[in-house]
Design a protein around this ligand. Structure first.
Ligand SMILES: *Cc1c(COP(=O)(O)O)cnc(C)c1O
Length: 388
């Protein structure tokens, strides 16, 4: 089935983005700030009890950060470079959390000196660094969760500690003079199974209870990101996520009323972006070959990293007319043989598409522009144009 662009964008938004696209030479990303605003307000509406920390890595453009700053968002930061960027845009340090559990002692000190007082951890070494370089700060401990097999871009294995180790870390944090405030988790990005939040929240409940017995009262649950974007694979709408997750929280934490943090990245910015490419070449590998290869002017190294293992399946839209449709192998322009986006997942495109035609990669506002190589094969990082 060919992609219908109106399944992804309403007519006015698409028109605006399409018009902006017509003014520029490919490849580039068009980001519609109004869609980000709508996404933020929608999340806020459905989780009115939560504080939102935008995961800056998903799209660190100044325009995006400024918009979210004005809407009242907080920011989840992973490095001193992101910190400098966000501070330079006038965000105050009380709206920033250092959410990366992998960090150097001197970077912790840097955050502390800039006024940040909220830190994530998942190991003893890091915790001792925080106690030394950021004395008295609030810390939360990240736990491992299940869900790697139902997240299209899993994060769960690299980060987090077993709940029993989290308990030890929280007790140690107290001994070290820190303010251990709670537990965090991330069920994996583009998480299609809402039940993964249920089991994660149950683990947090267990930790809260255990530590209460030790005289430590936790008050914060940071539920990370993982909320979905509309790609090819179907997901539930945000509303259903919110309903279900709110119910899990009420069941496990009804009376406690913990402070809740969300760290959306993908779901705030993904649908706001369209990556515009041009077909460079269409070829076959032999006169009897059945596969047609279609090469576009951007690839894995210029913004489409999340096609690794064909994990994220972006909807591809072409204005080339006519039936029938044909399935192409889609690859990028660089001289690296890994630069193939889709070989097994076949994208139906018009059979008469030709070099020079454009292909629009829908829902590419997250994890694209910030993931570009600097100049592999000389290709520059993607430009972004903003509309609103
Ligand atoms: C990447 C990341 C997020 C954002 O996750 P999404 O699935 O893009 O919403 C949130 N929190 C942390 C700690 C992250 O590393």
């Amino acid at each position: 089935m060919r992609i219908n662009v109106l399944d992804y964008y309403d007519e006015a938004d698409w028109k605006l983005m399409r018009e902006e696209a017509s003014r520029h030479e490919t490849p580039f990303l068009v980001v519609n700030l109004n869609i980000i605003k709508q996404k933020y307000l929608e999340l806020k509406k459905h989780f009115d009890f939560a504080k939102i920390y935008f995961a800056v890595k998903a799209n660190p453009a100044k325009e995006v950060i400024s918009l979210l700053r004005d809407l009242g968002s907080n920011f989840d930061i992973a490095s001193r470079y992101e910190l400098d960027l966000v501070l330079s845009l006038g965000v105050t340090p009380d709206r920033i959390s250092y959410g990366n559990t992998i960090k150097k002692a001197r970077d912790i000190r840097y955050f502390y000196e800039k006024g940040v007082r909220l830190f994530a951890t998942d190991s003893e070494y890091d915790l001792r660094n925080i106690a030394r370089e950021a004395p008295g700060s609030r810390v939360f401990c990240r736990i491992l969760t299940e869900g790697s097999d139902t997240a299209d871009w899993p994060l769960s294995r690299k980060f987090g500690s077993h709940p029993d180790m989290a308990i030890d870390l929280i007790m140690l944090a107290k001994e070290l003079g820190l303010d251990p405030c709670g537990i965090s988790f991330h069920v994996g990005s583009q998480q299609r199974d809402i039940g993964t939040w249920d089991s994660a929240i149950a683990k947090v409940r267990y930790i809260f209870d255990y530590l209460k017995g030790e005289g430590i009262k936790l008050s914060l649950i940071n539920m990370g990101g993982g909320f979905p974007v509309n790609y090819i694979s179907k997901t539930n709408p945000l509303e259903i996520y919110a309903e279900e997750i709110t119910r899990y929280l009420e069941e496990d934490f009804g009376e406690d009323n913990p402070e809740i943090i969300l760290e959306p990245g993908r779901s705030l910015v993904g649908e706001a972006g369209v990556l515009v490419t041009e077909v460079v070449l269409i070829s076959q590998k032999s006169s009897t070959g059945v596969d047609k290869w279609l090469y576009v002017d951007t690839g894995k190294f210029n913004g489409l990293v999340e096609t690794f293992d064909e994990s994220i399946r972006y909807p591809l839209y072409s204005e080339a007319r006519g039936e029938p449709v044909e399935d192409f192998i889609i690859a990028g322009p660089t001289c690296d043989s890994q630069d193939i986006m889709y070989e097994y997942f076949r994208n139906p495109l018009p059979a008469y598409i030709k070099p020079g035609d454009r292909i629009y990669w829908l829902s590419t506002g997250a994890y694209t522009s910030s993931y570009c190589s600097v100049e592999f094969n000389g290709f520059p990082p993607l430009k972004t144009y903003f509309v609103q």
